[in-house]
Design a protein around this ligand. Structure first.
Ligand code: SAH
Ligand code: SF4
Ligand code: F3S
Length: 471
């Protein structure tokens, strides 16, 4: 899996982003490491932009950072524990730098900050600031307080003001594709999940501020936006007329922006897959034929215990309706194995569903008990070895479906949005409408353009092809 594909919820830490060479040697440096979902990637970008306004430049080297931020994820135990090993490393850096007379401020942001608060400074006293996911706009003010001698600040309230409005306008780096958080939080309370606790209740940003942000992105060369939300298809932001707008309505507003050619969204809940959104996949040319729709488990008994409020049959019917509207749509999903009480038979139902749908892509996870969630206290916790074995079997079926989907595009000519240069000289990398990575030999001036590519071969994780024309 490549880094762009870290879906809502791969726990692999992303590489910290590299900064431009620094023109003013006296500038302060900030190191940001991002864990978890795209929502965190977006938040890190916004924090970085807010800090630029404060005179910081980004660095990918933690040992030269005046400010180090870990933007954390709490979704599974492994993700949360990684933060503490990184904090150990940062503590050593802080000590070494102090010997040279340099200060290092350590900040823990994101979902571990929100979930653990004070506990973080108890466990890792080198931490200067714990900053919950709703308080990023307060970062400059909190840093000033630290510089004035305050210490171990913990800011994890869900403030009344809208953090998006309070952050400075976006001046992002030039890129062909960008994330745009449109909705945050979740009221679904699936029994395994920490998101409702770390991100709070569902909140949708108003259409006007999203259209404005998208316009600004397009002016900087962005051709594609991915609308982000923990429950993005539950979007219900205020429209220009003051009435609540659906996600399909928001897509129509964004599709009217000249120069914005591709719109994607994630992550969706099956319960909120409304008729108008399904119809948008038929009618709205700019809406890409790709849908990430987690189903979590195939067994109705397990789905009920998860509080998912849909059955396997509901999910299959939904898929049929979506495919009627857009027959070529690429489907992807999230699946959990080893939820408390899951039997071999329950697990077989998951495998059956995966085979029946034929996903282009899927993320699968071993159930990880999370503190404070109902499922962590349920009877019938499944042994680690059983979870591992189920995950392996499931991943083999997922991989087979993934290759089948990719092979089926060989011979077709697909419009590819080129995003960057490839590893090999003279090669560019882009995305097909189905979010597949595509490599082709092409001049760098095609970056940021959508070009027809005839797909000639399918590898394990990407396609390769030759240029056939431009748009
Ligand atoms: N809002 C999305 C996804 C949020 S969390 C949804 O409704 O599906 C992303 C994925 O992480 C989930 O889809 C789930 O598959 C996985 N996940 C969440 N909590 C987990 C846990 N406790 N153990 C293992 N996987 C989990
Ligand atoms: Fe978590 Fe469920 Fe909400 Fe998704 S819908 S974020 S899995 S509680
Ligand atoms: Fe992780 Fe928080 Fe995203 S828990 S998955 S970073 S919403």
């Amino acid at each position: 899996m490549d880094d762009f594909e870290t879906s809502l919820l791969d726990e692999t830490p992303l590489q910290s982003r590299h900064s431009e060479p620094d023109a003013t040697p006296a500038a302060k440096r900030v190191f940001i490491k991002t864990f978890g979902c795209q929502m965190n990637v977006y938040d890190s970008e916004r924090m970085s932009e807010a800090l630029q306004a404060e005179g910081y430049v980004e660095t990918s080297d933690a040992s030269e950072a005046d400010l180090a931020i870990l933007n954390t994820c709490h979704i599974r135990e492994k993700a949360a524990e990684k933060v503490y090993s990184d904090l150990g490393r940062l503590r050593d850096i802080k000590r070494d730098r102090a010997k040279g007379g340099k200060d290092t401020l350590i900040t823990v942001a994101g979902c571990v900050a929100q979930a653990e608060g004070e506990e973080i400074v108890r466990r890792a006293p080198a931490v200067d600031l714990v900053l919950g996911s709703q308080s990023y706009h307060r970062l400059p003010e909190l840093l000033a307080r630290l510089r004035n001698g305050e210490s171990a600040l913990v800011e994890t309230a869900f403030p009344d003001e809208d953090k998006f409005q309070a952050l400075p306008d976006r001046e992002p780096a030039k890129a062909a594709s960008a994330f745009l958080t449109v909705q945050e939080g979740c009221d679904k309370f699936c029994t395994f999940c920490v998101v409702p606790y770390t991100r709070g209740m569902e909140y949708s940003r108003p259409v006007s501020s999203l259209v404005e942000e998208a316009r600004r992105l397009v002016a900087r060369g962005v051709r594609e936006v991915t609308l982000l939300g923990q429950n993005v298809n539950g979007y219900h932001g205020d429209g220009p007329d003051g009435r609540a707008t659906t996600l399909a309505g928001l897509v129509r507003h964004l599709a009217a922006i000249d120069g914005l050619d591709r719109i994607r969204y994630m992550t969706s809940h099956p319960r909120d897959m409304s008729d108008d959104l399904i119809a948008a996949h038929r009618d709205e040319e700019k809406l890409m034929p790709y849908l990430h729709l987690p189903f979590q488990a195939g067994s109705d008994r397990v789905l009920a215990a998860m509080n998912r409020k849909h059955t396997g049959a509901d999910y299959m019917r939904l898929i049929e309706r979506i495919r009627e509207a857009r027959p070529d749509i690429a489907l992807s999903t999230d699946i959990i194995v080893g939820f408390p009480g899951e039997t071999d038979e329950d697990f077989e139902a998951t495998l059956t569903l995966v085979k029946e749908v034929g996903f282009a892509h899927a993320y699968s996870f071993k159930y990880s008990p999370r503190p404070g969630t109902p499922a962590s206290k349920m009877e019938g916790q499944v042994a680690e070895g059983v979870k591992r074995e189920r995950l392996e079997r499931l991943q083999a079926v997922i991989d087979e479906g993934h290759s089948r989907f990719n092979r089926a595009t060989v011979g077709r000519t697909l419009p590819v949005l080129f995003e960057k240069t490839g590893r090999r000289d003279g090669q560019l990398v882009g995305r097909s409408p189905y979010l597949q990575l595509v490599h082709a030999d092409a001049q760098p001036d095609l970056i940021g353009r959508i070009i027809d590519v005839e797909i000639q071969a399918a590898g394990a994780n990407s396609l390769s092809g030759v240029i056939r024309g431009s748009k």
